[in-house]
Design a protein around this ligand. Structure first.
Ligand SMILES: Nc1nc2c(ncn2[C@@H]2O[C@H](COP(=O)(O)OP(=O)(O)OP(=O)(O)O)[C@@H](O)[C@H]2O)c(=O)[nH]1
Ligand SMILES: [Mg+2]
Length: 327
């Protein structure tokens, strides 16, 4: 292959770039990228996992400020709360200031309440791996699409029962299995049932148990992260697991409609930081780490799956070749 030799090497100026004599205009590349991305839109796939009845479906609807998942029977307002019975992806397009976000939400049935809970997490892990393998298949076809539709799960919200005690053995197992294949973000469900002191103690205990059990939760630090990204991740690690409250009901506080829960003792305002950490979770998911969740899924989880599959493919084809030669 011919190597390209530069015609003349620009004189070094002492600075890390060569000065320009007039305006060239390549600074507009950021605008060009922006307009292309805005046209295409973004894809974000999130999954919720946890024990039955912890408010998984409700929290998704609270997070994206829209009724995305049906939690109630369809026809009457007093119909019973509907439990999720199968892995159920729903797609929505939401738009904010011209930015189009295609959301895939994968609701999963609560696990762990059967007599025999052996391998109850298998369908969930399988679902995540199936998305990786569908993406790989599309990548490997000769005439592949310019943009492959991405259904890989970028974030798995893992719901912890607000017992105040700690993780159940089954939670440890499921979290470990999940963190091998997906970005896991743990949350304490229904945290309105804990006092502030109980909540802080519980959070600390869960962080300790996660470290003890070598559960690698998101975010991870990579070598190419700048200092500000590392600082942001460090701050998030002190907040995890987010103690959240979900609600689709509007309540009136000081004449303003807010999403909250009214109980016998008062009102919990979901978006009030002194009541719960819902806004921290929402900021983290949508305002600070959305792009990083998408990137790390491709660079860490999908990459691990892809190289394993390709190695297996190579091995099986060389075995087939060897046996052909033997005959
Ligand atoms: N106190 C309290 N109740 C909640 C909260 N979030 C949801 N709930 C209630 O808990 C019940 C179950 O909520 P769902 O969202 O259906 O729970 P789920 O985890 O999706 O349940 P499954 O699909 O059966 O696994 C409903 O009555 C909700 O109103 C919360 O943060 N605090
Ligand atoms: Mg549900």
């Amino acid at each position: 292959m011919a190597t390209v030799v530069p015609a003349a090497v620009a004189p070094t100026t002492g600075a890390d770039h060569t000065p320009l004599q007039s305006y060239v205009g390549f600074d507009s590349i950021t605008k060009q990228i922006e307009s292309k991305l805005l046209k295409r839109g973004f894809q974000f796939n999130v999954m919720v996992v946890g024990q039955t009845g912890l408010g998984k479906s409700t929290l998704i609807n609270t997070l994206f400020a829209a009724h995305l998942i049906d939690t109630k029977g369809r026809f009457t307002s007093d119909a019973p709360i509907r439990s999720t019975t199968e892995i159920h992806p729903v797609s929505h397009v939401i738009v904010e200031n011209g930015v189009k976000l295609r959301l895939n939400i994968v609701d999963t049935p609560g696990y762990g309440d059967q007599v025999n809970n052996d391998n109850c997490w298998d369908p969930i892990i399988k679902y995540i791996k199936d998305q990786h393998s569908a993406y790989l298949r599309k990548e490997l076809t000769a005439l592949r699409d310019r943009y492959i539709v991405d259904t890989r799960i970028h974030c798995c919200l893992f719901f912890i029962n607000p017992t105040g005690h700690g993780l159940r053995p089954i939670d440890v197992t499921v979290m470990k299995k999940l963190s091998d294949v997906v970005n896991v973000v743990p949350v304490i469900a229904k945290s309105d049932s804990l006092t502030m002191d109980e909540r802080d103690l519980f959070k600390e205990r869960i962080r300790a148990e996660m470290t003890y059990n070598a559960i690698r939760a998101y975010p991870f630090d990579s070598e190419d992260y700048e200092a500000d990204e590392r600082d942001a991740n460090e701050r998030i690690r002190t907040l995890i697991p987010f103690a959240v409250v979900g609600s689709e009901q509007s309540v009136v506080i000081d004449g303003k409609q807010v999403r909250g829960r009214k109980n016998r003792y008062g009102i919990v305002n979901v978006e009030n930081e002194s009541h719960c950490e819902f806004t921290h979770l929402r900021n983290f998911l949508t305002r600070t780490h959305l792009q990083d969740l998408i990137e790390t899924t491709a660079q860490i989880h999908y990459e691990a799956f892809r190289s394993k599959q390709l190695l297996a493919l190579k091995e099986s084809s060389s075995k087939a070749q060897a046996s052909q030669q033997a005959h």
